[in-house]
Design a protein around this ligand. Structure first.
Ligand SMILES: Nc1nc2c(ncn2[C@@H]2O[C@H](COP(=O)(O)OP(=O)(O)OP(=O)(O)O)[C@@H](O)[C@H]2O)c(=O)[nH]1
Ligand SMILES: [Mg+2]
Length: 376
C-alpha cells in the first residue's frame, strides 16, 4: 500500500474522553501522521466528545449513522475507502460499527502493526511482527474475516461461516506456534554468535520514534555511505537493532546500539513480540534517552518512553537525558534542566555528551572493581 497513497482515503473517527491529563489534539495529530506514513491520506474526521465510550458502537449508533450518511453524500471520487478509529475497539463494537458504516475498519493497533510489517527487514524483525499481528487478530478479529493479509486485504470482509472460522482459528494457532519456535531459534543463534568484542561497553539509544536516534548513531560513528543507519522523517524508520563500534576517546572502544522507537500506548502484542530484542537493552551500561526538543509535546513522549522503560525494568540503569534537534528547538528554557542539548544535524553538544558517557562508564567500571574486591 505504501507508495500508492491514492489507494486509501481515510476517514478518521475518534472519541474525546476529555481527560485533562491526556488532551486529544496531539495524539490525534500523531495518529493522522501514522495514517499518512502508512496507508494514505485523511479526507475527513469526526471527533465525538463523550464521558464514556459507547459499549455497543464506541461512538454511539446515532453518530455512526451520521457518519454513514455523510460518507454516502460525498461524490464517489472523494469518498473515503477506509475508517481509521483512534480509540481501542472491542470486537463487538467493531462488528456493530461495520454494520452501520460499510467500510473496512482499522484501529490504531492495526495501523501500527501494519507500519511495522512494512518496515521489518531482518528475519527476526519479520517474525516478531507477524507474531504480533496474529496475536492481535486472535484476540480481536476472530469472526469478522481473518484473512491473514495486510491491512485492507481481508479485514473489511464479512464474517465467514462457523466452520471456516474454526479452520481459521486452528490455522492461526498453528502458525503462532510455528513462529514462536522460529523466533526462539533465531534468538538462540544470535546469543551464541556473540564474540569477544561484545565485551566493549554498550551504550543504548532509546526514545520516542522519530526523535533522531539513528541520526545520533551516525553522528557518533561518523558513518559514511552504506555504513549509515537509515534515517527518515517518518515513524518507525528503524525496527531492527543496529550496533556500531565507536572510539569514544583515544583508547576506548564502545558499542552504540540503536533500536526501535517507542510510541504512546505501544500495542502490547508488539511489545511482547519485541521483548527479546528489547531485553538486550538489559545489557546496556548506559542508556541515552533521546527526546525531540523541536516537538512541543516532548513531555508526553518522554513520559510514554519512561513508562515503557519501566515495563522493561530498565529504569535502574544509568540514564542520560538527551535533548536532540536543539537547532530546531522552540522553547529552550522549557527543556528539562538535566537534559544534554545536542543536534545530530549540526553537531552541537556531541563532544559534551561523549564526555558525559565516558564519565558514567568510568564510574560504572569503578563500581564493578569495587564489587569484585568485595567478592574476593
Ligand atoms: N533539525 C534536526 N533534525 C534532526 C536532528 N536529528 C534528526 N533529525 C531529523 O529527524 C528525523 C528522524 O531522524 P531519525 O534519526 O530517523 O530518528 P529515529 O529516532 O531513529 O526514528 P525511528 O527510527 O523512526 O524511531 C529525520 O528527518 C532527521 O533528519 C537534529 O538534530 N536536528
Ligand atoms: Mg531510527
Amino acid at each position: 500500500m505504501n507508495g500508492d497513497k491514492a489507494a486509501v482515503r481515510g476517514f478518521v473517527v475518534a472519541v474525546d474522553l476529555r481527560r485533562p491529563d491526556r488532551p486529544l489534539a496531539p495524539e490525534l495529530a500523531e495518529f493522522e501522521a501514522l495514517i499518512e506514513a502508512d496507508a494514505g491520506i485523511v479526507v475527513d474526521r469526526v471527533v465525538q466528545r463523550l464521558d464514556h465510550v459507547d459499549p455497543a458502537t464506541l461512538i454511539g449508533s446515532g453518530k455512526a449513522r451520521e457518519i454513514a450518511d455523510r460518507i454516502a453524500a460525498m461524490p464517489e471520487a472523494e469518498r473515503p475507502t477506509m475508517i481509521f478509529v483512534f480509540n481501542d475497539l472491542r470486537p463487538r463494537q467493531r462488528t456493530n460499527l461495520m454494520k452501520i458504516i460499510p467500510l473496512p475498519l482499522v484501529d490504531r493497533t492495526m495501523l501500527i502493526l501494519d507500519i511495522f510489517a512494512q518496515r521489518a527487514r531482518t528475519r527476526e524483525g519479520k517474525l516478531q511482527v507477524e507474531l504480533a499481528q496474529l496475536r492481535y487478530s486472535q484476540a480481536n478479529l476472530m469472526g469478522i474475516g481473518t484473512e491473514l493479509s495486510r491491512l485492507g486485504g481481508g479485514i473489511g470482509s464479512r464474517g465467514p461461516g462457523e466452520t471456516k472460522l474454526e479452520v481459521d482459528r486452528r490455522r492461526i494457532q498453528a502458525r503462532v506456534t510455528y513462529l514462536r519456535k522460529q523466533l526462539k531459534d533465531v534468538q538462540t543463534q544470535r546469543s551464541t554468535r556473540r564474540g569477544d568484542h561484545e565485551r566493549d561497553p554498550l551504550v543504548a539509544l532509546v526514545g520516542y520514534t522519530n526523535v533522531g536516534k539513528s541520526s545520533l548513531l551516525n553522528r557518533f560513528s561518523r558513518a559514511e555511505g552504506s555504513q549509515r543507519a537509515f534515517v527518515a522523517n517518518q515513524p518507525f524508520a528503524t525496527l531492527d537493532p543496529t550496533v556500531r563500534r565507536v572510539y569514544l576517546d583515544a583508547e576506548r572502544m564502545v558499542r552504540f546500539v540503536d533500536t526501535v522507537g517507542f510510541i504512546t500506548d505501544l500495542p502490547k502484542d508488539l511489545l511482547a513480540a519485541f521483548r527479546a530484542t528489547l531485553e538486550e537493552l538489559q545489557e546496556a551500561d548506559v542508556l541515552l534517552h533521546v527526546i525531540d526538543a523541536s516537538q512541543s509535546d516532548w513531555r508526553r513522549q518522554r513520559a510514554s518512553v519512561e513508562a515503557i522503560l519501566d515495563t522493561l525494568e530498565l529504569t535502574g540503569k544509568p540514564i542520560i537525558l538527551v535533548a536532540n534537534k536543539i537547532d530546531a528547538a522552540l522553547e529552550l528554557d522549557a527543556l528539562p534542566a538535566d537534559a544534554m542539548p545536542v543536534s545530530a544535524v549540526d553537531g552541537t553538544g556531541i563532544d559534551a555528551l561523549r564526555d558525559r558517557i565516558a564519565q558514567l562508564l568510568d564510574r560504572r567500571a569503578d563500581q564493578a572493581v569495587h564489587v569484585h574486591e568485595e567478592e574476593v
